[in-house]
Design a protein around this ligand. Structure first.
Ligand code: WT7
Length: 637
């Protein structure tokens, strides 16, 4: 592969330019051709319907099935005996599923779902650890046209309940427990608590994983292994031919309000996008062993642990546990053991490995690696260089992919499968074909090269979200209102003289903590639900490993005084309401928050104080400047 960062004049190559030109000048023709890489039961009548914008619809009238494209397509060929999933448990067990094995299990589970009365369009919630049953249930749902909504197994019962209620899931699939750093997370118990606050779930299927005791509700809860005893290995469930715009899944993600948004994706457009972006960016083939370390509870796992690799007939590795458990070289030992060739992880993980030191890396033979990827947050050049030199030994390009839950797949990324442009540490390079990105000023003018502005996408693309589940207004307001006729991702960006994009972090009240997306409002509303709390403001503080961490400022009600015990209580409350990943790194008890005269919390001032910045910016609108002194002394600047 040998295309490395070089110092010479960076030019966009003819090959890349040609493809981008075709995609942007004649998108209908371009995608009409590209979409045929997938198997369709019926070809679309129209490639793009923009009559209801911004509710763009792709491949209108086409009929397709995701499970068919991931499984049936391959079991018809020599790939039926190829390993589809290599699974490694945290304790070291290994399970391998060939495409044929996966096909068999998905059909059996699909028949179970049918027996529970699940039909096309019904939602099923999957609250599972990283075990093969998770992709099996996803594909089984897709097979019968049911819509899956995967809930990250690190989320709390409240978070799970919210997602079940919003999606009105009829069935919940969970496990007795999941392993995390050798300990058991009692998933069924957490799910039981969630079910006390929900009304739509009729049945629960429980996967036996950790062996911890659970409470099974007679007539409602069923063990998967018991159910499967009655289902033959020859079971075949005809894949339902769904409309291209039939939702494949709903995935909840944080926004700027207290409640997460149900991002839902189409079947046809989403699959076409994931198929091509994966091929363009990473260019993998049958010899590759692909490992994306993301949990399937996030979009990265949906698109590039499950759907992307399986559509391409690749071998995808799934690992159950923490990347540094039981020792800091776990990740390197997995790469060595399974001969991983493509490795895709987050900058937070890279910074963590960096801190452990290169000796842990050098204990292992990583010569199988040929391509590396990064996702989830901006990668700092220092982490990039370490990844490139220490992990990739200076031989593997780093594919820094910018995208979001909403975009379905990669948007701005180096493209090893088209033509790799010279890489610059910290830049995701240029948009992939079909993505027309720009950087706008506050007023919606193109920002001059080298200046910071807002990233915008100016044309629809096949992988775009269909909408926000049950809330079309929120879809329009969040994504299509900031700048006219543009999709607004909510990120700051800068384009340099060579046309390369640099993503500079969130422009809204969303944090990226260890590459996970968390809304400051969600944390604030958890905090104010405590009787002692009158007001709360949460901001992100830069963190050397996690990128940023939440920091909370809390004003107590009359009659309450700050204490360590109260702090502990508040931290637990956040953990229980959202999940441990949302826990603030610090809670500062203050008498007053900096507010404008119209009563808006000045988060940028809090941010500047926490960062220890000299200048706090324009303070002319502040209601009471005395708030600042208290904050400064508390934070210690
Ligand atoms: C937000 C989306 C995309 C899958 C994982 C996260 C940030 C994502 C990058 C990158 C800089 C990045 C953005 C984006 N982000 N990838 N390569 N460089 N920032 O999906 O949870 O929907 O978060 O993650 O801020 O908007 P998500």
């Amino acid at each position: 592969m040998g295309v490395l960062p070089v110092e010479e004049k960076r030019v966009i190559t003819a090959q890349m330019e040609e493809l981008r030109k075709q995609a942007l000048e004649n998108p209908e023709q371009f995608w009409d051709e590209k979409a045929r890489a997938l198997e369709w039961f019926k070809i679309w009548e129209k490639v793009l319907d923009d009559s209801q914008k911004p509710f763009f619809r792709w491949f209108v009238g086409g009929l397709i099935n995701a499970s068919y494209n991931c499984l049936d397509k391959h079991v018809k060929t020599w790939r039926k005996n190829k390993v589809a999933i290599i699974w490694e448990g945290e304790g070291g067990e290994i399970r391998k599923y060939t495409y044929r094995d996966l096909f068999v299990e998905v059909n059996r589970v699909a028949s179970l779902l049918r027996n529970f009365g699940i039909r096309e369009g019904d939602r099923i919630a999957l609250y599972l650890p990283m075990i093969p049953e998770l992709p099996i249930f996803m594909l089984a749902a897709a097979r019968i046209g049911a819509i899956h909504t995967v809930v990250f197994s690190g989320f709390s019962s409240d978070s799970l309940a919210k997602r079940i209620n919003d999606s009105k899931a009829r069935l919940l699939v969970t496990a007795d427990g999941g392993f995390r750093r050798g300990k058991i997370v009692p998933l069924k118990e957490i799910a039981d608590k969630a079910l006390e606050q929900t009304f739509s779930v009729e049945n629960v299927i429980v996967v036996k994983r950790a062996g911890n005791p659970v409470n099974m509700v007679e007539g409602r809860d069923f063990w998967l292994h018991t159910l499967l005893e009655g289902v033959s290995k020859n079971t075949y469930i005809e894949p339902v031919k769904v409309d291209s715009n039939h939702p494949l899944f709903i995935l909840y993600t944080s926004g700027t309000t207290g409640s997460p948004k149900g991002i839902y994706h189409s079947t046809g457009g989403y699959l076409v996008w994931v198929y091509w972006t994966f091929k363009w960016a990473f260019n993998l083939n049958d010899e590759d062993i692909w490992w994306c370390t993301a949990d399937i509870g996030w979009i990265t796992g949906h698109s590039y642990v499950v759907y992307g690799p399986l559509m391409h007939g690749l071998t995808t590795l799934m690992y159950e546990g923490a990347l540094d458990y039981p020792a800091p070289d776990r990740v390197w030992s997995i790469i060595e053991k399974h001969g991983v060739t493509g490795f895709y992880t987050s900058p937070t993980a890279i910074r963590m490995f960096m801190r452990y030191g290169k000796n842990w890396v050098e204990l292992h033979d990583l010569s199988s690696l040929r391509i590396l990827g990064s996702v989830g947050e901006p990668i700092n050049p220092e982490a990039w260089e370490w990844y490139f030199n220490i992990v990739g030994k200076g031989k593997c390009p780093i594919i820094d992919t910018w995208w979001q839950t909403e975009t379905g797949g990669f948007m701005i990324s180096p493209a090893a499968g088209i033509q790799l442009l010279p890489l610059k540490p910290g830049s995701a390079t240029i948009p992939l074909p079909g993505v027309e990105a720009d950087v706008y000023t506050e007023d919606g003018e193109p920002a001059p090269p080298g200046t910071q502005g807002y990233l915008v996408i100016k044309k629809p693309w096949p992988g775009m979200l269909l909408g926000v589940w049950g809330d079309p207004k929120r879809y329009i307001e969040t994504y299509w209102s900031r700048f006219p006729n543009c999709y607004y991702p909510g990120d700051y960006a800068m384009r340099d003289e060579d046309g390369y994009f640099w993503i500079l972090g969130r422009a809204d009240e969303v944090l990226k903590v260890a590459a996970h997306r968390i809304g400051t409002m969600e944390i604030e509303s958890a905090l104010v639900s405590h009787p002692a709390v009158a007001e709360a403001a949460v901001i992100g503080k830069p963190d050397p490993i996690k990128g940023e961490v939440p920091v909370a400022f809390v004003v107590l009600r009359e009659g309450y005084v700050p204490s360590l015990k109260l702090e502990e209580e508040l931290l637990n409350l956040v953990s229980e309401t959202i999940g441990p990943i949302a826990k603030p790194a610090n809670i500062f008890f203050v008498h007053k928050l900096p507010k404008t005269r119209s009563g808006k919390i000045m988060r940028r001032v809090l941010k500047a104080i926490v960062k220890g910045e000299e200048s706090l910016g324009d303070l002319s609108t502040i209601e009471d400047a005395s708030a600042i002194e208290e904050l400064k002394s508390l934070v210690g600047v």
